[in-house]
Design a protein around this ligand. Structure first.
Ligand code: AMP
Ligand code: MG
Length: 287
């Protein structure tokens, strides 16, 4: 007899993975599975259970959105190249109805985007009522590569931490629950993943020669991430550092974080806006 796979969590990810408790991000053990005592097969089985619950709650959120509830959820995904952001979108986002999930990836800003404030393109991509938004990269890029490569003066990027926390509090006040996840991949795992991409013609499209150059800035990125956590991990919009060398663990942990978030919304099915008995009679009388 197997024990309930849920018991394989000694501590929920919301407790174990909070950025402010994780210590320096540069020293996070990316191959660990904090709080989870199970193996890969357990993790995969549990993820598929979470899928059932995630899709039920997502549908409820969507149904409520159709009935005037303004609430939404936003999952922000950050991480170094190859950390597995796309895999989270596919394997966690993919557990839910695509109609209720809005995925946006943020690459290098276009000319038009650069003509606006850095939050302009973000505001345009925010999840509508009832939706779960997933950001593959986000406004945090504007204090990560932008800082590391000094794409704007320090006074400009420095001011952004406060702009970001103000922006996020505003979103929360409007009914968006924000969960921010940094997928922590180790340098050696990143090297292996980049190498693996080169061995597979079906992965060449994912390989960007500039990712190799970016590795030289690893320490600066870790410093930049650390400052992100120090300044923007708030109770309103918390950051979690998810070890991501084991993809199955990262997916499981993010699914659980999302599930906890949806459960905390205390959702119920919206009440019918019509008289159910009356409609039942009419349908029964249909020829
Ligand atoms: P990918 O996620 O592989 O499609 O790569 C997107 C690239 O765009 C990454 O190298 C990001 O660092 C870069 N990027 C995203 N947002 C910004 C930004 N605001 N400023 C500069 N580079 C960015
Ligand atoms: Mg890339």
């Amino acid at each position: 007899m197997g024990t309930s796979p849920e018991k394989l969590w000694t501590h929920p990810p919301a407790e174990r993975l909070r950025a402010r408790d994780a210590g320096p991000v540069a020293r996070v053990d990316a191959s660990a599975t904090p709080g989870f005592t199970g193996r890969k097969s357990d993790g995969k089985a549990l993820l598929s259970r979470y899928g059932d619950e995630l899709s039920r709650l997502q549908e409820m959120l969507y149904a409520r959105g159709r009935s005037g509830d303004r609430r939404s959820v936003l999952l922000v995904l950050q991480g170094m190249d190859t950390a597995g952001k796309g895999g989270i979108v596919r394997h966690v986002g993919g557990l839910m109805d695509p109609q209720g999930v809005a995925v946006t990836g943020f690459g290098r800003p276009t000319e038009e985007e650069l003509d606006h404030d850095f939050l302009w393109r973000i505001r345009r991509a925010l999840p509508a009522a009832g939706r779960i938004g997933m950001f593959d990269r986000s406004h945090y890029e504007d204090v990560l590569p932008v800082r590391v490569h000094e794409l704007v003066p320090e006074s400009v990027w420095r001011a952004r931490y406060a702009q970001i926390t103000d922006f996020e509090s505003e979103l929360v006040a409007e009914g968006t629950t924000i969960v921010k996840v940094m997928l922590a991949v180790s340098r050696s795992e990143q090297r292996d993943r980049l190498a693996a991409r080169l061995e597979r013609p079906d992965k060449h499209w994912k390989f960007d020669p500039s990712d190799v150059d970016e590795r030289a800035y690893w320490d600066s990125y870790m410093e930049a991430y650390q400052e992100v956590f120090d300044r923007t991990d708030t109770d309103a919009a918390p950051w979690f550092v998810v070890p991501a060398d084991r993809k199955w663990f990262a997916r499981l942990a993010v699914a659980r974080l999302l599930l906890d978030t949806l459960e905390a919304l205390d959702l119920t099915w919206p009440k019918a806006s019509f008289d159910v008995d009356e409609q039942r009679r009419r349908v029964a009388e249909m020829p």
